[in-house]
Every structure is written in structure tokens, then in C-alpha cells.
Design a protein around this ligand. Structure first.
Ligand SMILES: C[C@@](CO)(OP(=O)(O)O)[C@H](O)COP(=O)(O)OP(=O)(O)OC[C@H]1O[C@@H](n2ccc(N)nc2=O)[C@H](O)[C@@H]1O
Ligand SMILES: Nc1ncnc2c1ncn2[C@@H]1O[C@H](COP(=O)(O)OP(=O)(O)O)[C@@H](O)[C@H]1O
Length: 288
């Protein structure tokens, strides 16, 4: 038997860091939303008691470093499962891009194995597995729009954003999330107004959402990746209601409610970058 799960990427609309914690992580306060740029994760039975991962691109690890492998490993240990599984990942989300590609594959694997092995896991039980893998895996389990605190694993669901297009541009270089958080420690933090963004989302006020987009990691990554400032300025010239770098970067996204602007952004940005995407927002998974 085989089960298939969609694994959507996320963007950060507001990302604040409140300080460094004793465990080496940073205390964050951030608002994330799922977008319709997604990997495909398929889990199928294997006759032997083993975990096999196949990824559609060569630069994603297929061993225990893969977050989907780790999800299967934790579930097998927790529920005493002695069956084998083959996990086939079709990557569409750019890797190491600030879009939680690995985290969403892990979350999709948790949802898939719950179905394949008929475990009847509650959302809380899935969250307990997610937290063992990475900070963003918890959000990716359900997706939608949420406020994330702690190291990113404490979640509060928020209303959906007003409908819009998300245009993403991924510079060719990749960055290390751990290094960006480390570099932040030696700089003054430019805090975004997370509370004002929460109000704007509650009010469904698209104009304010765009105006309040903010990410304190953006200036840190910008110092390493000169393309980010260039991409932002080209996108501004072409015309978008709001523009920001996602997560630790280096992907930059623009929000617009106008199809003509979305088309202009795609056409204009393809002249500078090969990885340009235009997608819609993605609904949350109905987990309880
Ligand atoms: C920056 C964000 C914003 O959503 O996303 P990405 O850019 O990775 O997509 C996240 O905080 C990334 O979460 P995630 O990618 O799951 O990070 P993890 O695997 O848990 O941690 C990788 C490393 O990042 C640092 N880290 C991560 C989360 C956090 N709250 N504080 C940290 O200092 C730690 O050095 C950790 O060892
Ligand atoms: N299923 C996966 N897909 C992509 N990357 C993965 C996966 N599993 C582990 N990784 C590792 O995670 C690192 C971060 O990738 P990714 O999750 O795409 O980025 P980000 O943390 O910026 O959102 C990659 O360098 C890769 O080696």
C-alpha cells in the first residue's frame, strides 16, 4: 500500500527574535503562512524492517540526515513499529531557501505514516514527534497561518490572509540557518511590529499586512547575499504591495492581489533569476 501527502512550503510574514536561550536556540515570535509551492511525499510498505528515502534531486540527503527519515525513525521507535517504509520525495521547494522544505517533508511523512500504519495519532501526538526533528516541523504539520513562539514550536492558529499571489525569487546561493542566527548575536536587532501584524491579519487588512512585513534576520542575510537587496529593489520598481525575505533566506517574496502585477513580477524577475514562482496561499490541514 502507498499513501501520498502534499508538503507545502511556508513564508514568514513577521519574524522577531527576543533573545538567545540556554539551549543554544533563539526565542522567536513569528507569523508564518503556508503557500501552494509544495513537495510530494509518498510512503509505501517495504518487506524488510528498514527506512529507505528517495529524493528527486541529488543534493538532498537520502540517509538519516533527511528530516523525513528522522520522522519515520521517531514514529517507529515511539509506536514499536517493525515494518519497513520507502519514502519517495519529489522536491519542488528550493532547498536551504528559508521556505522550510525539509521541515514540511518531515511533517508530511508524519501525516502519511499515521495513515499508512493506521496509528490514530492525535494532533498533539504528531506535534510531540515533530518537535524532536526541527523547530519549523510543528507549524508544517497543520500549516495555514499561525503565530509561532518558543523556538518556533509553540503555535496559535490565526485567521487566513486575504486572497493574494505570492511571487518568490530564490537567489542561486544558499545559506545556513544556524549561521544566520549566530551572526544575529553580534548585531543590534531590528524588531518588526508583530502585534500590529496580528491586528492587521485579524482585520483582514491586506494593505497593512504588506506595510508591516518585517524580518529581523533579513539585514543579517543581506550582508552575505548581495542579490537580496537587488531583487527587492527590482521587485519594488516592477510593483508589489509588500516585499520581504522569508526565514533565514535567501528567498525573497512579494505579495500582490493583482493578477497583472503578478504577471509583470514573474516576467520582470525571470530576467535576473532562474528560480521564480507565483503561487497562492495554502489552506491548513484539518488535524485535531
Ligand atoms: C529561520 C526559520 C524561520 O521560520 O526558518 P528557515 O529559514 O530555516 O526556513 C526557523 O526559525 C528555523 O527553523 P528550522 O530550520 O526548523 O531550525 P532547526 O532545524 O530547529 O535549527 C537549525 C539551527 O538554527 C538555529 N535556530 C533555529 C531555531 C531557533 N528558534 N533558534 C535558533 O537558533 C540553531 O542554531 C539550530 O541548530
Ligand atoms: N527532505 C529534505 N528536503 C530538503 N532538505 C533536507 C531534507 N532533509 C534534510 N535536509 C537538509 O536540510 C537543509 C535545510 O534545507 P531546507 O529545509 O530546505 O531549508 P530551510 O531550513 O532554509 O527552510 C538542507 O541543506 C538539507 O541538507
Amino acid at each position: 500500500m502507498k499513501v501520498l501527502e502534499k508538503a507545502p512550503a511556508k513564508i514568514n510574514l513577521s519574524l522577531d527574535v527576543l533573545g538567545k536561550r540556554g539551549d543554544g536556540y533563539h526565542e522567536v515570535r513569528m507569523i508564518m503562512t503556508s503557500i501552494d509551492l509544495a513537495d510530494r511525499v509518498e510512503c509505501g510498505d517495504l518487506p524488510e524492517n528498514q527506512i529507505e528515502v528517495r529524493a528527486s534531486v541529488p543534493y538532498v540527503p537520502e540517509d538519516e540526515r533527511n528530516f523525513a527519515y528522522q520522522a519515520a525513525h521517531h514514529i517507529k521507535a515511539k509506536y514499536g513499529i517493525r515494518r519497513g517504509v520507502e519514502i519517495t520525495i519529489t522536491k519542488n521547494i528550493p532547498v536551504a531557501a528559508g521556505l522550510a522544505g525539509g521541515s514540511t517533508d518531515a511533517a508530511a511523512t508524519i501525516r502519511a505514516l499515521n495513515r499508512l500504519w493506521k496509528l490514530g495519532m492525535s494532533y498533539q501526538e504528531m506535534l510531540a514527534v515533530a518537535e524532536q526533528i526541527g523547530s519549523d516541523v510543528a507549524f508544517c504539520l497543520k500549516g495555514g497561518t499561525a503565530l509561532a513562539t518558543g523556538r518556533g514550536e509553540q503555535l496559535e492558529a490565526l485567521p487566513p490572509l486575504p486572497p493574494c499571489w505570492v511571487v518568490l525569487v530564490k537567489p542561486t546561493v544558499s545559506v545556513s540557518t544556524a549561521q544566520i542566527y549566530k551572526d544575529l548575536d553580534s548585531r543590534p536587532i531590528e524588531h518588526p511590529d508583530v502585534d500590529a501584524m496580528l491586528h492587521a491579519i485579524d482585520a483582514g487588512d491586506f494593505e497593512s499586512i504588506c506595510r508591516l512585513l518585517g524580518n529581523c534576520l533579513e539585514p543579517v542575510t543581506m550582508r552575505k547575499v548581495a542579490d537580496i537587496a537587488k531583487i527587492k529593489s527590482h521587485m519594488k520598481e516592477i510593483g508589489a504591495e509588500g516585499i520581504l525575505m522569508s526565514g533565514s533566506g535567501p528567498t525573497v517574496f512579494a505579495l500582490t492581489q493583482h493578477e497583472s502585477r503578478m504577471q509583470r513580477l514573474i516576467n520582470g524577475m525571470r530576467g535576473y533569476c532562474s528560480q521564480v514562482y507565483a503561487v497562492r496561499l495554502c489552506k491548513p490541514f484539518p488535524l485535531v
